[in-house]
Design a protein around this ligand. Structure first.
Ligand SMILES: [Zn+2]
Length: 599
C-alpha cells in the first residue's frame, strides 16, 4: 500500500491507508460477500446430504396457551409427536402431512410418523433449509450485523425469497459462524398457502469437527382477536437426539461378541455352584438388561451416566434409612422423552426426562422413586420372556408396542402404600412439597393429556384425577398457583440437558433466578430454548488445547488439566463438590446417614 505514491503529504497518506484498511473498494467488497454467500449455500447443501445418513429421534411437544389474569398464560391443550427423522428422500421431497390430533393413541401417531417418514415439509425444513431451493438464485441475502451466540462469532443475514408468493419458501434471518460459514441458527417462517405455519427458531450444535447438526427448534405463534387482544398462543419445543446411536450400538455388539466368546468357554471349567434363587435372579437380570439395551439402542434410553447416579443416591438414602439390602442392587436410568412417567424394569427404575425436569425438589423425586422401589420390594415381576434374545430383535415401532411395563391398579395401590412407609422413615418424611407437586399436576392434567400419557409405564394422572400417591396429597398444604413462595412444579426443559449427538445427559446447573411475578413460574410449561453455542474443539474439557502450555504439578497446586482449563477459560472450573482442585476426592465427612442434598 505504501508503494510509489507521488510524494504525498503525511496527512494525506494516512488518510488513504485508513480508507483502504477500513472500507475495501466496492468491487472487492462485493466479491468477499459473494464468497461468503456461496460458502453458506454450499455448506447448507452439504448438510442436507449429510443428514440423509443419520436417523436421529425427533420429539415435538406443543402447548396451546390462553391468557390468564394472574399467570400470564395457562396451557389449554397439548400435542405430542415422536418419530425417527428420515431425510433420505431429501428435505424438499413431497411428503404426507402430519396432523396434530392429540386424542389419538400414541401408537397411531408413531405409525403415522413411520408412514410419513417424518418428512412433512414444515418439520423437516425447520431442521434443514432444503437443498434444491436454498441458493442465491432463489433468495436475496442482506448482511445485518455481527453477533456472538455463546462463544461463537456469527454473521447475521436477512433472507427473503426473490419470487414472492411461491409456497414453501423461507423468510427470516440466518446466523452463520464466521470460520466455515455454516448456518448455526435460523428463525422465521415458511410461506404457505395453508394457514397454521408456525414461526420457528432453529438451533444447531457443532457435534463433529466440521458439521453443525440440527438440535432444537422452538416454535411460537400468537393468535389475536379482532380487537387486538391475545386470544391464543402456541409454544412448542422440538428436540433432536441420538445421531450417533446406531453406530455405537453396532460397535458395542461387536465388542460384546469378542469379550463374551472366551468367557463362555471358561464357564465349562468351573462347575456350577449357583443356587436356584441365584440363577432365578441372574435369569431375571438378563431379561432386564436385554430390555434396557433395546431401549438404549432405539435412542429412547440415555446411556448410563452421572444423572443415574444422582437418582441412585436418593434410592440409597431410602434403602439405608429403611435398613434394606436389595439384591441385585437397584439401578436408575433415564428415558429421554418428555411425557411424565416412571416405571420399573426388574430392579431398574426408569424416570422420564420430562418428569425429572418438572419435579421441584429432592423429596418429590424421592416420592417417585419410593413408589417404584415399592414395586421392587413387593416382587412385582418383569416378564422373563425378555431373557430370550429373539424377543429383542424387533424394530423401533415394535419396541414401543412390545414393551409395556404397566401394573394393574392393585399393584399400583400396593406400591403407593409401600412408598408412604418408605418415605416416613427416610430423610424425605416431610412430603409437603411433594404433595403440592401432585396437586399442581392434578390441576393441569385435564389441559395436558399428551404430557400425562405415558409411553411404557403407568400414568401419574388421568384426565379427571390423580392416580398416584393420594395419601401424600391429603397431607399437603393448600396450592396457591400464583404465590411466589410456592414452587410446586418447574417448567419443562430446565433440568436435564441432552447431548443430541450421543444422547448422553447431564444435570444443568442453573443460576438461581428470583422470580419477578407469577407468570414466570410456568409449571409444566414449554419455554423458549436458547442453547449456548461453542465450537466442537472448545466444548470438551479433555480436548487438546490449541496452545500447549508447559505446566508441572507445581507449588501453586494446579495440575496439567486444570492449567489447560485456565489457559482456555481464564479460570478454574467450579468445584463440583466431589473433588478438590487436584482431582482428589473430598475427605469423607463423619459417616452421614444419607448423602448430602443431591438435587
Ligand atoms: Zn407403579
Amino acid at each position: 500500500m505504501r508503494r510509489s505514491m507521488p510524494t504525498p503529504s503525511p496527512a494525506l497518506l494516512l488518510g488513504v491507508v485508513a480508507m483502504l484498511w477500513s472500507t475495501p473498494a466496492p468491487a472487492e467488497e462485493a466479491s468477499a460477500l459473494d464468497r461468503v454467500l456461496d460458502a453458506i449455500v454450499t455448506r447448507e447443501q452439504a448438510l442436507d446430504e449429510t443428514m440423509r445418513r443419520y436417523g436421529p429421534l425427533v420429539e415435538t411437544y406443543l402447548q396451546t396457551l390462553e391468557p390468564d389474569a394472574n399467570l400470564g398464560v395457562v396451557p389449554q391443550q397439548d400435542h405430542y409427536f415422536l418419530g425417527r427423522l428420515d431425510l433420505s428422500g431429501g428435505a424438499d421431497s413431497p411428503a404426507a402431512s402430519v396432523r396434530a390430533r392429540s386424542n389419538e393413541k400414541l401408537f397411531d401417531l408413531f405409525k403415522e410418523f413411520y408412514t410419513a417418514g417424518f418428512r412433512p415439509d414444515g418439520f423437516a425444513q425447520m431442521l434443514v433449509l432444503g437443498s434444491k431451493s436454498f441458493d442465491r438464485e432463489h433468495y436475496e441475502f442482506e448482511f445485518v450485523r455481527r453477533e456472538f451466540l455463546g462463544e461463537v462469532r456469527t454473521l447475521v443475514f436477512e433472507v427473503v425469497p426473490r419470487e414472492k408468493g411461491t409456497p414453501g419458501r423461507f423468510i427470516g434471518r440466518i446466523w452463520v459462524e464466521d470460520r466455515d460459514y455454516n448456518i448455526v441458527r435460523y428463525n422465521g417462517i415458511y410461506t404457505s398457502d395453508a394457514p397454521g405455519n408456525l414461526h420457528f427458531d432453529s438451533w444447531r450444535l457443532n457435534m463433529t469437527p466440521d458439521t453443525w447438526f440440527p438440535a432444537y427448534v422452538y416454535t411460537e405463534e400468537s393468535v389475536f382477536r379482532s380487537n387486538g387482544q391475545l386470544k391464543l398462543k402456541f409454544r412448542g419445543q422440538t428436540r433432536i437426539w441420538g445421531y450417533e446411536i446406531k453406530r455405537r450400538a453396532s460397535e458395542e455388539d461387536f465388542t460384546k461378541v469378542l469379550v463374551d466368546a472366551p468367557l463362555a468357554a471358561d464357564r465349562g471349567d468351573t462347575p456350577g455352584h449357583i443356587s436356584p434363587v441365584e440363577s432365578l435372579r441372574a435369569w431375571e437380570r438378563e431379561a432386564e438388561d436385554n430390555v434396557l439395551r433395546r431401549l438404549e439402542k432405539s435412542g429412547l434410553l440415555a446411556p448410563e451416566g452421572a444423572v443415574d447416579e444422582v437418582l441412585q443416591t436418593v434410592v440409597r438414602n431410602l434403602e439405608v434409612t429403611n435398613s434394606l439390602d436389595i439384591q441385585p442392587p437397584v439401578r436408575c436410568r433415564v428415558l429421554l422423552t418428555t411425557p411424565l412417567e416412571s416405571f420399573t424394569v426388574g430392579h431398574t427404575i426408569v424416570l422420564s426426562r420430562g418428569l425429572i425436569d418438572v419435579l421441584p425438589d429432592e423429596t418429590s423425586l424421592a416420592m417417585v422413586l419410593a413408589h417404584e422401589l415399592g414395586h421392587i420390594l413387593l416382587g412385582h415381576q418383569l416378564d422373563t420372556k425378555y431373557a430370550f434374545s429373539d424377543q429383542m430383535l424387533a424394530g423401533d415401532k415394535q419396541t414401543m408396542e412390545q414393551f409395556f411395563f404397566r401394573r394393574d391398579p392393585q399393584e399400583e395401590e400396593e406400591a403407593d402404600e409401600k412408598a408412604v412407609l418408605l418415605l416416613a422413615s427416610s430423610p424425605y418424611s416431610d412430603t409437603g412439597n411433594a404433595g403440592l407437586f401432585l396437586k399442581a399436576l392434578s390441576a393441569r392434567s385435564a389441559a395436558l393429556p399428551a404430557l400425562i400419557r405415558s409411553h411404557f409405564g403407568n400414568r401419574m394422572a388421568k384426565k379427571d384425577r390423580l392416580v398416584r400417591m393420594s395419601r401424600i396429597v391429603e397431607s399437603a398444604p393448600e396450592l396457591y398457583p400464583s404465590a411466589l413462595n410456592q414452587t410446586a412444579a418447574l417448567p419443562l426443559g430446565g433440568r436435564v440437558k441432552v447431548n443430541p449427538w450421543d444422547a448422553s445427559i447431564e444435570l444443568m446447573r442453573n443460576n438461581q433466578v428470583v422470580l419477578l411475578s407469577a407468570r414466570e413460574k410456568m409449571p409444566f410449561e414449554v419455554t423458549p430454548l436458547m442453547p449456548y453455542l461453542a465450537r466442537h474443539e472448545d466444548r470438551r474439557d479433555d480436548a487438546e488445547p490449541e496452545i500447549q502450555i508447559e505446566v508441572g504439578v507445581g507449588a501453586d497446586g494446579i495440575g496439567e488439566k486444570e492449567a489447560r482449563q485456565v489457559a482456555r477459560h481464564g479460570r478454574l472450573p467450579e468445584d463440583d463438590g466431589d473433588s478438590d482442585a487436584n482431582g482428589r476426592p473430598d475427605p469423607p465427612t463423619a459417616a452421614p446417614e444419607r448423602e448430602t442434598e443431591v438435587w
